[in-house]
Design a protein around this ligand. Structure first.
Ligand SMILES: NC(=O)c1ccc[n+]([C@@H]2O[C@H](COP(=O)([O-])OP(=O)(O)OC[C@H]3O[C@@H](n4cnc5c(N)ncnc54)[C@H](OP(=O)(O)O)[C@@H]3O)[C@@H](O)[C@H]2O)c1
Length: 247
C-alpha cells in the first residue's frame, strides 16, 4: 500500500514512524506547509492543520486519491457532495478503538441520564498546551454521542450550561496527549468513563488501520465504521446470557 502524509508535526511524524514496522506499507511522500505531494499514492493521510484540510480535499478529488482525515477543528458542510462518490474519504477525529468504544458507552450513559433528570451528563477534556482547537474533535464526537442518547440535551456548551445544554470543560496545559472523561453526576452517585492516551503510536496505528479499511471504498466514511466491525460483537448477548452472581 502506497501512502502519502500531509503534516510533519507530532501526529504526522508518529504515523511516519509506523512504516518501519509495517512491511506491506510504503511511505512515498511526507509533506509539510508549502510543500507539494509527490507520486501517486493509494491513500493520503491528513495530519496537518484545520485550515489546510479544504485544499487537501480539493487535491484528493482532483487526483482521485482516497483520503483519511485525522486533522480536527474543521467543518465542511458539503463534504459528501464534494466527494460525490468519486473517491473514498474517511474522517477520524480520533484513531483510537478505545475512544470509539467510549463513544458507544457515552450514548448508553446518555440514555441512562434520560431516565433520571437529576443525573447530569458532562464532558471533560485535557490536552497539551500547544493544541490549537478547543474543544477537541474527540470531545465534540463524545458530546454528540451523549446527546444522541439524552434528548433533553440538545447541544453542548463550553460556558455555564442551560438546562438543555451539555457542559464541556476544556483544560490546555502541559504535555498531555489527550484525556477525555464522560460522566454522570447525580445527588446520590457519580459514574464516569475516562480515556487517556499514553502514546501517539496509538493514533498512528489507528491511522494505518483506517487507511487499510478505506481501500476499495468510495464516498464519505468515519472511523466509527472501522471500529464497529471490531466492537459490535462485544455488545452481543449482554443481557440475554444468564450469569451466576457471586455472593
Ligand atoms: N485523529 C486523531 O486520532 C488525532 C490524534 C492527534 C492529533 N490529531 C489532530 O491532528 C492534527 C495535527 O496534530 P499535531 O499534534 O501533529 O499538530 P502539529 O504538531 O501542530 O502538526 C501540524 C503540522 O502540519 C503542518 N502544516 C500546516 N499547514 C500545512 C499544509 N498546508 N500541508 C501540510 N502540512 C501543513 C504544520 O506546519 P507549521 O508548523 O508550519 O504550521 C505542522 O508541522 C490536529 O488537528 C490534531 O488535533 C488527531
Amino acid at each position: 500500500m502506497k501512502v502519502g502524509i500531509f503534516g510533519r508535526g507530532r501526529l504526522g511524524t508518529t504515523i511516519a514512524h509506523e512504516f518501519g514496522q509495517a512491511p506491506n506499507w510504503e511511505l512515498l511522500w511526507h509533506v509539510d506547509r508549502g510543500e507539494d505531494p509527490g507520486a501517486k499514492v493509494d491513500v493520503a493521510i491528513d495530519a496537518s492543520v484545520s485550515n489546510a484540510v479544504p485544499s487537501h480535499l480539493d487535491w484528493a478529488v482532483a487526483t482521485s486519491t482516497d483520503l483519511v482525515i485525522g486533522t480536527t477543528g474543521w467543518t465542511l458542510p458539503n463534504l459528501a457532495a464534494q466527494i460525490n462518490g468519486h473517491i473514498g474519504v474517511l474522517v477520524a477525529p480520533n484513531f483510537s478503538l478505545s475512544v470509539a468504544l467510549m463513544a458507544r458507552l457515552s450514548t448508553v450513559l446518555g440514555r441512562f441520564a434520560a431516565l433520571d433528570e437529576t443525573l447530569d451528563p458532562y464532558l471533560l477534556e485535557h490536552h497539551h498546551r500547544a493544541k490549537m482547537d478547543a474543544p477537541s474533535g474527540t470531545a465534540k464526537r463524545l458530546a454528540a454521542a451523549v446527546i444522541e442518547g439524552c434528548p433533553r440535551k440538545t447541544k453542548w456548551t463550553l460556558g455555564s450550561p442551560g438546562a438543555n445544554e451539555l457542559n464541556i470543560a476544556v483544560l490546555r496545559a502541559g504535555s498531555e496527549f489527550g484525556m477525555h472523561t464522560v460522566g454522570l453526576d447525580g445527588p446520590a452517585e457519580t459514574l464516569s468513563v475516562v480515556h487517556q492516551a499514553r502514546s501517539r503510536a496509538l493514533f498512528a496505528q489507528g491511522a494505518l488501520r483506517a487507511a487499510a479499511w478505506l481501500r476499495g471504498r468510495k464516498g464519505l466514511h468515519t472511523f466509527d465504521e472501522v471500529a464497529a466491525e471490531v466492537l459490535a460483537p462485544l455488545f452481543d448477548s449482554l443481557f440475554s446470557t444468564p450469569s451466576t452472581p457471586e455472593l
